[in-house]
Design a protein around this ligand. Structure first.
Ligand SMILES: C[S@@+](CC[C@H](N)C(=O)[O-])C[C@H]1O[C@@H](n2cnc3c(N)ncnc32)[C@H](O)[C@@H]1O
Length: 415
């Protein structure tokens, strides 16, 4: 790859940024981005998680209200869709409905340990701690780095004893296993707001990871990510207008969140609900489907009669409880540890990568590239030692490739 840059014009130097999220990344060695900024670039759904806690705060959730001032929410303010008031009202009610469905479904179970994978900035830890559960909030490092101090400032001592927040890649067994530390007890894994964003290989990798965790600890995996598709639309139809076309178009064009990755492109979403269940069975899970309606209770944003209308409107939507039917093989153990090193010879930068190039490790590759790219005219990346590339890894490889093909500042790829 050869650079296409004009050294005489600093404004023409390649830079990598996250487009409309206002991040900018220059390639000068002295200006290498902090780890946190690098993590945000490889994790484009970082901001959707902030949107969730902000919307929950708008719904009157006191824990979300307490958390928000500590979460640098300003960086996403004004970036969401400019929606009519009726749409905004439904986003707020819908967000509370989703949050409560997840909480109520988990609390209905007996497992003493709750693993929120991924936790984002959700106030679920407060709810679980108050209910006497041990709660693990697991997410990518940039999220955990912000969430840990926020929780320290906002939780009571008693709540803090019940919760742990740790960085983990949901698609890597070892990473999640390490985050669970000395846990020996049964776990209830809850996944809200992630499965639709995963590529096919990431989804399979996450299924394998969760299967192995459940095989080891016992317990279950709860998710309504597939079953709750269309929940905002159903609520809009029940409460505002049965003709949901305009609302659906808005959600489709913009997404309720602010993610800039493609979603719903994996086996859980591309076919029917039955196809998705068959896929999970093939991953070694027994699938129990229940209507989400039974978990719609205790809403604060609406009165009891409206709560009942929402539950009726969502009656056909499923929440799944997965348990292990066939344990997954330990194939991940074969991965060598991640390593990246760089060498410059005859104006050529040679970067060698080994192990999993995933959401946790991709920032290291980008950092290494940025630290050396100014000194050379050509870069070769040796990926022969790489055993797995996630979409975050792919994103970084494309960013590096793109910096050679265009002189303008790079924006984050959207496909
Ligand atoms: C839409 S948010 C949902 C968070 C939370 N469950 C909620 O409902 O608020 C998606 C979250 O997934 C996290 N995430 C993305 N890829 C991940 C991965 N490979 N491993 C762990 N977390 C990941 C993001 O950082 C983000 O916090």
């Amino acid at each position: 790859m050869h650079k296409n840059e004009s050294p005489k014009n600093p404004r023409k130097q390649p830079a990598i940024g996250a487009g409309d999220r206002g991040l900018s990344l220059k390639t000068e060695k002295s200006n290498i981005m902090e780890q946190k900024e690098l993590q945000k670039i490889v994790n484009p759904i970082y901001t959707t998680a902030k949107g969730t806690v902000m919307t929950l705060a708008t719904s009157g959730d006191q824990n979300a209200i307490a958390l928000c001032p500590h979460l640098e929410i300003e960086e996403i303010m004004g970036k969401g869709p400019k929606a009519p008031e009726s749409f905004k009202k439904i986003y707020v009610i819908g967000q509370e409905v989703r949050f409560k469905i997840g909480n109520n479904a988990v609390l209905h179970r007996k497992e003493p340990v709750v693993v929120d994978l991924p936790s984002g900035y959700s106030p679920r830890g407060f709810v679980m701690a108050d209910a006497g559960r041990q709660y693990y909030g697991l997410d990518l490092p940039a999220v955990i780095d912000l969430m840990k101090p926020a929780v320290r400032k906002t939780m009571s001592d008693a709540q803090r004893k019940q919760v742990r927040y740790a960085a983990a890649d949901a698609t890597g067994y070892q990473s999640v296993r390490d985050a669970l530390g000395r846990n020996q007890r049964e776990i209830c894994v809850i996944t809200e707001g992630l499965l639709g964003y995963l590529s096919e290989s990431e989804l399979i990798s996450m299924c394998r990871a969760v299967n192995r965790l459940l095989s080891e600890f016992g317990g279950c995996w709860i998710t309504a990510d597939r079953g709750m598709l269309g929940i905002y639309s159903a609520i809009y139809g029940a409460l505002i207008n049965p003709d949901t076309a305009a609302f659906d178009a808005r959600i489709k064009s913009k997404g309720v969140g602010m993610a800039d990755v493609r979603f719903y492109q994996n086996s859980l979403f591309t076919g029917s609900g039955d196809d998705a269940a068959a896929f999970l069975k093939a991953q070694g899970f027994a699938v129990k489907a229940e209507s989400v309606s039974r978990y719609i209770h205790g809403l604060r944003t609406v009165d009891t009669a409206t709560e009942k209308r929402i539950a009726d409107a969502c009656a056909a939507m499923d929440i799944w409880t997965l348990t292990v039917a066939a344990p997954a093989e330990d194939i991940e153990d074969a991965d060598p540890p991640f390593a990246v090193d760089a060498d410059t010879r005859d104006d050529v930068l040679l970067i060698r990568v080994q192990g999993r190039l995933d959401t946790l490790t991709a920032p290291e590759l980008l950092k290494t590239y940025l630290a050396h790219s100014e000194m050379t005219g050509k870069t070769d990346i040796d990926l022969s030692g790489v055993t797995y590339v996630s979409s975050a890894g792919e994103r970084v490889l494309r960013m590096i490739g793109k910096s050679y093909r265009q002189a303008e500042p790079l924006t984050q790829p959207t496909d």
